[in-house]
Design a binder for this molecule. Structure first.
Ligand SMILES: [Ca+2]
Ligand SMILES: [Ca+2]
Ligand SMILES: [Ca+2]
Ligand SMILES: [Ca+2]
Length: 355
């Protein structure tokens, strides 16, 4: 992904202006634009024992970015990979229509908000089952002696091994309490992980995680306590005035005008627009302009039925061209990119093809 910050231009008149912007902006306040889950997937393999930044079916990434694949994840469930960009459009359209008829429970050939809500809950459960299976495999990797418990030190060794350290050396050093000699950045990640490890460790705190505790370490979205912890961390990162709530400007928190060209400007505008809409329409449930921890928690909780219904309504509104509050097959096909991530061209013909 290209850097979105302008190279310093040499022109004198620009300098003061630029200086102002540099002073205004906190380099970390505005993370790089959100990347898609598919791009991220490539990195997962090697870091499989690390809690992922991206959680399927959860609205925000762990770093506070919007999950831009959310709608596809809750619409397609574990069938996400069936809709690759290069797949044959006709086949994909047919698949999409198969999904349509599954969502359409009462078979009146239109999707209601209630039907979509149901479907979202079902797909979310699917993602969770996948997470459980994945976590089970990873637990075995970090618990080689198979006693059903992983200590923080055991995990630390495995973690440092993924960072290129020699596993046996690190284990030896930890055992003898020798200096590990790790860089500052890794140290910081370790401290965050340890906080999370403590959180996932149910009382009595022995820092030994069982398989189910390890699941909530990797997948905080399905455990109440961990979900709250995750929300706290996101608020901590975005809250600027320390009131432990988020205003719209904190949620958007980005310097204006730091992009070099029109394309960058458009990305910026889109980013702000999406976040603003999300804040106003979905996260700030009582619409008082402030997002509390409770509101953010409801919003991020994948099993929250009320949020799922809101999502369902939003998803319908986006594609509901004839504004009857239902989705017809034509509408889903026309907005296939929104639902599947791929543009399934020639939707007009496809309607005749498939029906
Ligand atoms: Ca229906
Ligand atoms: Ca605040
Ligand atoms: Ca509010
Ligand atoms: Ca409609």
């Amino acid at each position: 992904m290209a850097s979105r910050h302008a190279p310093l231009c040499g022109l004198a008149p620009c300098c003061l202006w630029l200086l102002g912007i540099v002073l205004l902006m906190d380099a970390s306040a505005r993370p790089a634009n959100h990347s898609s889950a598919r791009e991220r997937a490539g990195n997962r393999e090697e870091n499989e024992i690390l809690p992922p930044d991206h959680l399927n079916g959860v609205k925000l990434e762990m770093d506070g970015h919007l999950n831009k694949d959310f709608h596809q994840e809750v619409f397609l469930g574990k069938d996400m990979d069936d809709f690759e960009e290069d797949a044959e459009p006709r086949k994909s359209r047919r698949k999409l229509m198969v999904i349509f008829s599954k969502v359409d429970l009462n078979t009146d050939r239109r999707i209601s908000a209630k039907e979509m809500q149901n479907w979202i809950m079902q797909k979310t459960a699917e993602h969770f089952q996948e997470a459980v299976a994945e976590s089970r495999a990873h637990f075995r990797a970090v618990d080689p002696d198979g006693d059903g418990h992983v200590s923080w030190d055991e995990y630390k060794v495995k973690f440092l091994a993924t960072k290129g350290h020699n596993e046996r050396e690190v284990a030896e050093k930890i055992k003898n309490k020798w200096d590990l000699n790790i860089d500052e950045e890794t140290q910081e990640v370790l401290e965050n992980l340890k906080d999370r490890w403590y959180q996932a460790d149910n009382p009595p705190p022995d820092l030994l995680l069982t398989e189910s505790e390890f699941l909530s370490f990797l997948h905080p979205e399905h455990s109440r306590g961990m979900l709250q912890f995750m929300v706290k961390e996101i608020i901590r990162d975005l809250d600027q005035d320390g009131d432990k709530k988020l205003s719209l400007s904190e949620f958007i928190s980005l310097p204006v005008g730091t992009v070099e060209n029109q394309q960058g400007q458009d990305v910026d505008d889109g980013w702000v627009r999406d976040r603003k809409r999300e804040f106003e329409e979905l996260i700030d449930a009582n619409h008082d302009g402030i997002v509390t921890m409770a509101e953010l928690e409801d919003y991020m909780d994948p099993m929250n039925e009320f949020s799922a219904l809101n999502e369902a309504k939003q998803m319908i509104a986006i594609a509901d061209e004839n504004q009857n509050h239902y989705l017809e097959p034509e509408e889903v096909l026309k907005y296939s990119e929104f639902f599947t991530g791929s543009k399934l061209v020639d939707y007009a013909r496809s309607v005749h093809e498939e029906f």
